[in-house]
Design a protein around this ligand. Sequence first.
Ligand code: HEM
Length: 615
Amino acid sequence: MIALGTFFKYLSLIGSFTAIGTLLAMAFLLLDVEGKFSIQGYKLKRLLWGAAIVWSFGVAGTIIVTLATALDQSISFALDPTVLRSFITQITLGQYLFFELIVALVVVISAFRIKRILTATFILLLSIIGLVAPVFQSHSESSGSHGLAIGSLVIHVAALSLWVGGVIAIALLDPKDRPIAVSRFSELALWSVIAVVASGTVNAWVRLDFQGAWNSAYAYVVIAKIALTLVLVSIGYLHRTTLALRERIDWLGFGRLLFVEAMIMVATVAMGAWLSSIEPPERPNLPEFDPAVAVSGISTPPPPSWSRILFSYEPDALMIGILITAVALYIKGVLVMRRRGDNWPVGRSIAFGLGIAGIDFATSGGLGLYAHFAFSYHMVAHMVLGMIAPIGIVLGAPITLALRTLPQSRDGTERGVRGTLLAVLHSKVAIFFTNPIVALAVFDGSLFALYFTELFGGMMQSHVGHLLMSIHFILAGILFFHVIIGIDPNPRRIPHLVRIVIVFAAMSIHAFFSVALMSSTTLIDQGYFASLKTPWLTDLLADQQLGGSIGWAMGEIPILLALVATFISWVKDDSREVKRIDRNTSRAAAMGQPDELADYNRYLQKLAERDRNDA
Ligand code: HEM
């Protein structure tokens, strides 16, 4: 059964990697024609379709084999529609695998229909999400340090899909289309390799623990993979030195090496597929059973204290990966500006850095750790993620930095990456969400939707749920503060008065929400905190009510700050407007043009006199 499981897993990995690599080439590596595919892009549709078919077949097989293995039954038993239906609808792993299958089928159906770069980019992101979904429920789930094991494997698979997928797609490109694709892929490949090696190493460490289980088939395969990775990295290095030769590149030789690289990758993926289909060796010194590990994936921390809140660290690898990528992209943008001799206010970089640090503290730091174990700490973390960190991110003006540093068109007709970002910023979706009412509804409305329905308890129970909740808090906060005090370009011009009204509305709705929580008499977490059996948390309702008052106290401050900031920018804008009018008037006067303002005032005066005379 393991062999069959590995075979189908392998098909789904190779199919998904090739589909993602092909979409990457269509949406990002090859030229576009004003936001639509170029001829080269169209040529890849058949490859995309074929890869997605292989992917769908691989996932369908994986669903059957996983079910048969879980029930310790035959394949034919697992094919029974009732059994199958309950697996894909009621069992989390079944649901995630079925989601991956749906995504693969969406790629099959849309392969010959997509024409636009934005659509291809959307399907590319959807494909990566579909591919990593089942990883959240893979056997990493059973290991200690849950956040590290699952997070690192998700990053491993996502980075592999771009690196291996990109190499396979470029190897299958028409040789004359390769030069334009390779020069852009080279940068992305470097980032992906770093992510693959770092995440693979972290995952191997979580599983094998550098003292213990290295004398196992599992460990030998990991070592073999490390060796093959070194070969792949050397080939990558050769590619980069060749590309540095510019005009004198031997593209035939380059193509041959690319083929060898793709073959080694395809073999290494087979090893990875096998690793993921077997149980890793038992870790030597597994900790004593802790109910919290089964529910939250984290062992119960000692009672909270200032030093434990400030200095504990329970790494959530996926969130750390996202934050490192955001910081690396931001630093790269600032370096590009510097290299060009353009200035980027250091205050913005500091604000952005503080925002990122706030998110890390509230997800992997001591606050993030205790937020899994007590509602009051959860609410502090929520306020940091949704109210405080977003202000830093927004004042860091990342979109402005991106627009100033992203590559422009490579041939004059291409819309390019920068053009695609502009298209996103001016899209109907962006215009809808930057409507202040919509931003307020997402920001405050979602509080009621989350905490006063069964959603909260469900989200706290699952790793994906917890991650999505944190990401929602961050994005809802960024959207709200972008609309109110944002520096970055906004498709809408929102008058200051409207912003102030929205801020007041946010304050009152938030106060109402907090009071409702403070006066709640029933627990809203569907038994999540109780199931952890945390010895130092006895009165859950009191802790929940404390969470309400914390929400009130902490929530109002940032909104108040936004109110003050809006007033200041209003005054500043007005004085800027006055200066502009004065400048225009004096310029007009200097050029002997009539002073419209003075003329207008004179006209009003005449009207007033006539009225007085008529009276
Ligand atoms: C430093 C190098 C690397 C290390 C330490 C490493 C380590 C690991 C570990 C520990 C796993 C988890 C296996 C499990 O689920 O128990 C894994 C999964 C995997 N690795 Fe790597 N790896 C490395 C490089 C690569 C490379 C270069 C490739 C392919 C070109 C690759 C392909 C895979 C695949 C396909 C999986 C299975 C992912 C899944 O579960 O869906 N790895 N790797």
